[in-house]
Design a protein around this ligand. Structure first.
Ligand code: PBG
Length: 332
């Protein structure tokens, strides 16, 4: 950067003096277009269930979904994302409930897509909501078998696409799954179904409340370090993204969010592809509890979301989407 002057002729505080001038020089902003809202669904009727480790986030029975979609539409949120809390008696070693046409996600997809055409619906592709061991794939000698897992992920993707899912989001971190899923979707006439690859997903300590929400926390006895990325690495993230782009990903995700802003920027600078960030459950709960206990104030939410925009994220998956979407609507 060339010299930009010096004190006292140059005083950067001049441009910050009033709200109007701060608005003029602002480099980043947040709109509802930047938000993706994750929603937890559960069995039953008329259920709105607390999640102990995620204050202010609930599991909803399917009959509550229409109201939520309408809220998302009202607030102009472009896409929601569905996560199932599968009843324990429907889980097994192989996660076969993932392929049940009447599982929670399929029922919710049919309901939403019958009625609402103007909202995107994204679904995770991975087996962890359905397995008794809580891993994202098929275990063979305590190791998640890559290629056996992909075979099932392909079926899960095809089923979700058939049910009306707009964006298939593999979050499993198997090698080579994006290309295989893309080919299968194309072969079955789902050429316009998009793929959001969780390309850079770290084996993170920030996923705890999510695992609580989908009921996989107690079942998961080990960690996911032999398929999710080591948080000490960043070059490896670029290799993951490069491969997934080659295999046909439409967008890529970096996850978690705030501890990985450097990775978002790195990916954005190196590949001109839409990059999404996932402000994960642990990040959500830390901020939420901080606010509840008067440690930080509520504007910290907005600040955290702007940080993703500054890093170069096109959109953010956040449990604050509903609240922030509403605030943005009321503001303008
Ligand atoms: C599972 C999945 C996880 C999240 C989204 N999809 C957890 C995990 O990998 O164990 C985490 C989301 C969050 O913490 O908010 N494939």
């Amino acid at each position: 950067m060339k010299s930009i002057g010096s004190y006292p002729t140059t005083r950067l505080r001049r441009n910050r003096k009033k709200d109007w001038t701060r608005r003029l020089i602002q480099e980043n902003d947040l709109s509802a277009n930047d938000l993706i809202w994750p929603i937890f669904i559960t069995e039953g009727k008329n259920v709105i269930e607390n999640i102990d480790t995620m204050p202010g986030v609930y599991r909803y029975s399917i009959d509550k979904i229409e109201k939520l979609v309408e809220r998302a539409l009202l607030n102009k949120i472009p896409m929601i994302s569905l996560f199932p809390n599968t009843p324990i008696n429907k889980k097994n070693e192989k996660g076969s409930e993932a392929l049940n046409r009447n599982n929670l996600v399929c029922r919710a997809l049919r309901l939403i897509k019958k009625k609402y055409k103007e909202i995107g619906v994204m679904c995770d592709v991975a087996l962890d909501p359905y397995t008794t061991h809580g891993h994202d794939g098929i275990l063979k000698k305590k190791y998640v078998d890559n290629d056996e897992t992909i075979k099932i992920l392909i079926k899960q993707s095809l089923l979700q696409a058939e049910m009306g899912c707009d964006v298939i989001a593999p979050s499993d971190m198997m090698d080579g799954r994006i290309g295989k899923i893309r080919n299968a979707l194309d072969a079955k006439g789902h050429k316009s179904v998009q793929i959001l690859s969780y390309a850079v997903k770290y084996a993170s300590n920030f996923y705890g409340p999510f695992r609580d929400a989908i009921g996989s926390k107690k079942s998961l006895k080990s960690d996911k370090k032999d398929y999710q990325m080591d948080f000490k690495n960043s070059n490896e993230a670029l290799r993951e993204v490069a491969l997934d782009i080659k295999e046909g990903a439409d967008f890529v995700m970096v996850k978690p969010g705030m501890p990985y802003l450097d990775i978002i920027k790195l990916v954005k600078d190196n590949f001109k592809i839409p990059v999404f960030a996932y402000q994960v459950s642990g990040e959500y709960s830390l901020i939420k509890n901080g606010i509840k206990n008067n440690i930080i104030n509520e504007d910290a939410i907005y600040e955290s979301l702007i940080s993703f925009k500054r890093a170069g994220a096109n959109a953010i998956v956040t449990y604050f989407a509903d609240k922030i979407g509403k605030e943005l609507r009321l503001k303008f």
